[in-house]
Design a protein around this ligand. Structure first.
Ligand SMILES: Cc1ncc(COP(=O)(O)O)c(C=O)c1O
Length: 378
């Protein structure tokens, strides 16, 4: 059987990884500023993480949600504390798209409405309603097409007010990334997030903060939306949560009341997934990784702003977009194949840096040196 080829692959096979370094099958070393798409949060093969997962696997790896799983309670308590949302409730699932599906569904159960507001440039996943709320017609199959999603311009308070004035009683939820990732590292403005909060309160709609990429401490605070000083009703998370082990969740405000089978999953919240998520939070707390993301991220952003060739630098903490002019669209490939640095990208010419949150100052400097060289190559 062949693989179903949906991914354009780089001809590199990674066989070993440690911290922010990975090695390919030929022994070549790379600096990983991509983290496998913002997933590696505490660094590859972190010893505490490896030990916690190994110990758990030797006890019990999986049982379903038909029995008590004490690790889920431990995880909810720890996550509540580290994220500053101790009064929220946690539902565990397996991926970012699934987290968003559940958030949108929960909102609809809550206010018994159907319409969702999403924004230009948004990415919320590839399934069902999550893909319908994603601004990319190429990945929306006919079966996913729906009139229930209203797309509005990003950061346009007036357009948002008008949509609520026109459809207010029908709007179930507003879903927004704190910083658009796939959309090119574009931050939601403080005024915009405040307007979402106000209008959701006024019309009894649900504010869903998609924190799948921008969350979990990447920007220096746990959920990047909270820079606006207002809280969302539901935060969705995945990627960095398990440092590579598939685990996702939604943090749900106290006003939502569960009933049996309202939401559900076979794999979500299994023992191994919880052990992975706990190991991540333990290291985040112990090593102050949010503090490091702020410090090293601010340094990188400042330094990158000094490059004449760069059109614009956007982002916060360790979620950084380097917007290059079209004639430098080859720089990302140079970084990977000649300078041996993994980075992400956003169309058309944005290099995305999404490294582990314990990226060192020395690694940041190494990148800046290599970036200078990559800019000079053809
Ligand atoms: C903001 C955002 N939401 C949702 C998703 C979907 O996550 P997953 O690929 O785990 O389903 C992504 C993935 O890139 C994302 O960036």
């Amino acid at each position: 059987m062949n693989l179903f080829e949906v991914y354009p692959l780089n001809d590199i096979e990674i066989v070993k990884a440690l911290g922010s370094t990975v090695w390919d099958a030929k022994g070549q070393e790379y600096l990983d500023l991509y983290g496998g798409h913002a997933v590696i949060s505490i660094g590859h093969t972190h010893p505490h993480y490896v030990k916690r997962l190994t110990d758990q696997l030797n006890k019990v790896g999986f049982y379903s949600n038909s029995v008590k799983i004490a690790l889920q309670v431990e995880l909810a308590e720890k996550l509540g504390k580290v994220s500053g949302k101790e009064d929220y409730q946690l539902f565990l699932c397996n991926s970012g798209a699934e987290a968003n599906e559940n958030a949108l569904k929960l909102a609809s159960f809550y206010n018994n409405r159907k319409k969702v507001i999403a924004f230009k440039g948004a990415f919320h996943g590839r399934t069902s309603l999550a893909v319908s709320a994603t601004d990319n017609p190429k990945i929306i199959a006919p079966v996913n097409q729906t009139d229930n999603v209203i797309f509005l311009p990003h950061n346009d308070v007036e357009a948002l007010e008008k949509a609520f004035a026109d459809f207010g009683e029908e709007i179930s939820s507003v879903i927004i990334e704190g910083i658009q990732g796939v959309g090119g590292i574009r931050e939601a403005s403080v005024d915009f997030l405040k307007a979402i909060r106000k209008l959701c309160d006024q019309y009894n709609a649900v504010y869903i903060a998609d924190s799948v990429q921008c969350g979990y401490g990447r920007t220096g605070i746990f959920y990047s939306h909270d820079y606006a000083g207002v809280e969302a009703d539901v935060y969705t998370m995945a990627k960095g949560m398990g440092n590579g082990f598939p685990v996702a969740g939604i943090a749900i405000a106290p006003k939502f009341k569960p009933w049996h089978y309202m939401l559900g999953t076979t794999f979500g919240g299994n023992h191994l997934a919880c052990a992975a998520a706990l190991a991540v939070l333990e290291i985040m707390e112990q090593d102050d990784l949010m503090g490091n993301a702020t410090a090293v991220g601010s340094y990188l952003i400042e330094q990158l702003k000094g490059f004449d060739a760069v059109k614009e630098v956007r982002g916060r903490g360790l979620m950084i977009g380097i917007d290059l002019p079209e004639e430098l669209s080859h720089v990302k490939k140079n970084l990977l194949f000649t300078q041996h640095i993994f980075t992400g990208e956003a169309k058309p010419n944005v290099i995305r840096l999404l490294p582990a949150l314990n990226l060192s100052q020395a690694h940041a400097d190494h990148f800046l040196e290599k970036f200078t060289l990559a800019l000079k190559e053809n």
